[in-house]
Design a protein around this ligand. Structure first.
Ligand code: SF4
Ligand code: SF4
Length: 65
């Protein structure tokens, strides 16, 4: 199981991580009135870190639990 941590202060909701994920783990959603990426299906994450590489803001960290 992987843990996907997204720094919502850094996230600009560009959607690049959503597009890069082969497992449809990520979506753009709203938190406290701000659009951000969220991992809604972390159980489907395969740990490929495509989202980490895709993020221009370096907002995503993936760790194995
Ligand atoms: S590590 Fe890979 S599978 Fe997991 S959320 Fe990121 S892009 Fe998707
Ligand atoms: S790629 Fe980075 S900045 Fe863009 S939506 Fe995903 S977490 Fe946010």
């Amino acid at each position: 199981m992987y843990k996907i941590i997204i720094d919502w202060d850094k996230c600009q909701a560009c959607g690049d991580c959503v597009d890069s994920c082969p497992s449809e783990v990520l979506v753009i959603t709203q938190k406290d009135g701000k659009d951000v990426a969220e991992a809604i299906r972390p159980e489907d994450c395969i740990g490929c870190e495509a989202c980490v590489a895709a993020c221009p803001e370096e907002a995503i960290t993936v760790t194995e639990e």
